[in-house]
Design a protein around this ligand. Sequence first.
Ligand SMILES: Nc1ncnc2c1ncn2[C@@H]1O[C@H](COP(=O)(O)OP(=O)(O)OP(=O)(O)O)[C@@H](O)[C@H]1O
Length: 304
Amino acid sequence: MYAIEIENLTKSYGNLKAVDDLTLNVEKGIVFGFLGPNGAGKTTTILSMLGLIIPDSGSIRILGHDVFREPIQVKEKIGFLPENATIYEELTAWKNLDFFANFYRFSRQEKEKRIEELLKLVGLWDVKYRKVKTFSKGMKQRLLLAQALINDPEVLILDEPTSGLDPEGAYLVKSIVKEEREKGKTVFFSSHVLSEVEELSDKVGIIVKGRLRALGTLEEIKKEFMELEGYEIKVETKQPLPEIDLPEIISIKRIGDSRAIIFAKEDIREELSEYLSRKGITILSLEIEEPSLEDVFLKTIYKR
Ligand SMILES: Nc1ncnc2c1ncn2[C@@H]1O[C@H](COP(=O)(O)OP(=O)(O)OP(=O)(O)O)[C@@H](O)[C@H]1O
């Protein structure tokens, strides 16, 4: 069963289609990175997943429950960290969590144990009785993350979780995401930070202007990209590199006598190696230069 199933989701604001016929499934137990530039429709999708926005059309199921028809069942199983979330500044860290814990069916003992666990997890145990208004942005974000985890959710939904955090704060958030995956939880997070999407995600969706432009594991997305854009093959030979005449080659960029980058329509490493060995050339290295997620992302945004 999928943790999240979004089918043909469309949401417009006036003439603007913020989300346009979006369909995607997220398998249980994975970290899904939802990548897109500003204004792409990430938050609109996420708010629809939480039932906080009513879409024009489409359906969303979380752990098999329709988010619009079965909101309570869904909310019991999910945790949510909103973008630019607000927090009770006049309350202490402990009181903030206590307030949210009261929405769930905890006994007093269970509640206190859970709050303690979470404050320790996010590194705020020592400041638990301090008012949140004295906290740094990073400390507040960690508290919000603890809040999202209060009900030990099966599915964690994070909207730009590291936005505005310093490297240490971002590191802590990323470690918590990894820990949740270790525990078998599903994490859906949005971001425009390529490195963190690359680092964390088992599967990635790229959304641009409300439309899903790519979906799959990083390997699948990169492979699809190379099939569309062509392959970059680096070759280094012992002897000087001769003229290479193979039909799949688009162009060759020579670097000195015995090195080159070959741009080809297909992965022609085998043909190339046979071709060169027929000419008595020894290959020292022959490898595909994989596109980075940045290459894929930028071309996806600007080209298609
Ligand atoms: N309540 C609203 N009323 C009108 N337009 C809106 C509203 N909310 C979002 N939009 C527009 O819908 C589009 C998608 O916005 P959304 O916030 O979903 O994008 P996003 O990918 O989350 O962007 P960001 O990374 O900047 O948060 C944008 O063009 C935005 O201006």
